[in-house]
Design a protein around this ligand. Sequence first.
Ligand code: MN
Length: 449
Amino acid sequence: MSLRDFLSEMDRKGEVLHVEDELSPRFEISAVIKEFDGGPILYFHRVSGHDMPVVAGVCASRGRICDALKVDMQTLYTRLLEACDRPLKPKVVSDGPAMEVSEQPRLGRLPILMHYEGDAGPYITSAIVSARSPDGEVENVSIHRLQLLDDRHLAIRIVPRHLYQLWLMAKERGKDLDVAISIGLHPAVSIAASAPAPFGVSEYGVANRLLNGELSLVECEEVDARAPAEAELILEARISTSKLVDEGPLVDATGTHDIVRKQPLVEVLRIHRRESPIYQALLPGGREHWLLMGLPKEAAIWRAVRHVAPGVKAVCLTPGGCGWLHAVISLEKQTEGDAKNALLAALAAHPSLKHAVAVDTDIDIYDPNEVEWAIATRFQADRDLIVIRGARGSTLDPSADQETGTTTKLGIDATKPLTKPEQSFKRAEIPRTEKIERIINKLLGLKHR
Ligand code: MN
C-alpha cells in the first residue's frame, strides 16, 4: 500500500486538485496549500527548478483519514488503539519500488518547501524517521521536522520522547544514531508514526495492522534501519550524538514561530528513490499537521477518560486550539463529579493539553459556538473550574515556559448539574411539520441557485 495507491483512489473520488501552473517551492506552493487547507489533496505537477512533483494535504481532513483506514468516525479511535495494542510484524522484502534508484545525496534536488516568512529555511515536514536501539530490541518510527542545511545535512528537532530515548542510548555508547528517513507514504503509515504506542512498540507494526498486513519493509544498505518498501524516497542517515546545530525558527502547530534550539545534526549518506518520485509536503500549522498530531492524542484522551468516566462519547482537539492545546470532551455523566474526573484524566493523558472543556452529549463538540453556549449556560467558575499550575505542557505555546515546558492547565466543567431539573438547561425546540420541512428545503434550494 503506497501513497500512489491512495492518490489514485482519491483521484477517482474527485478529492485531488491538479495544479498545472509552475510554482516555486519558496512560498508559492505553501500559499496555495494554505488557501485550500482542509480541502482537497493538492498535486503540484510543475515545480520551478525541480523535476519532481509535490503532493500536499493528503491527510488534511477527518473524512480522508477515515477513508484511508476504511473506518467511520465512530470506530476510528478503537481501530487506532487496537492497532497499538496488537501490532502486526511487517514482512521484510529484499527489494521494493523505493529502491529503484540509489544515489549520492543531493538534497537540493528535492523540492523541499520554504513555508513561511521568517522560517530558518526549507523544511522536510512529512517524513517519518525510524531507528533501532543498539541491541536491536526496540524500534521506533516517528515524524520529525528536518531543516535543510546543505546537500548532505539536515537539522532534526527531537522532543524528549521515543526517538530521543534511542538517541540517548546511542550517545551513551559513544555512537551516532542510524536512521531511515522516508518520504511519500500511505496515510496509514503517517498516522501510525504519530500513534500513541508505548516505547518498545514499533509503529511499523501499528501501520501494518492498520493496513491489514500489507506493509512491507526494506533494510537500509549503509545504516541499521528499516523503511517502507513502497515509499517515494528513503534517506539513509545518521543523527549525530555530539554535533548540535541551531534549529529553527520554524512555524509549528500554533501558527507562530517556534524558538531556536541546539538540536542534532543529521548526515545523509545515501538516497533511494523511485524512478520518478513524488515529493510529499505538509504545511506546518495547517489542518493536516493538526490531524496527524491530534487524532492519536484524541484516541489516547478518549481511552484515559473512559477509565474514569465510562460515559465518554467523543473527543475533539479543536482547530482554534491548534488541534493540539484545547480539547472538548462529550460525555454522558453518570454521577456528579464525573466530568471533573474526566477533565483531570484528559489533562494528564495528553501532556500538551492546556484547556479542556467537558460538555453533555447534546452539544456538537465540532461546533465552537455550541461549546461556548454550553459554557455560557451550564458553567459557574467558582465550582466548575479546575486550575493546575506548573504542569508539564507544550513547548510550542508561546505563553508557556518554553524552556522548562511547564504550563498552567485549566478544566471547564460545562455539563449540567444532575441536581438541578434538566428542563432548565434544555435548548428550546420549534416543532417542524412535514410541510415546513418541504418549504424550507425548497427555500434552501432557491438560495443555492
Ligand atoms: Mn514510539
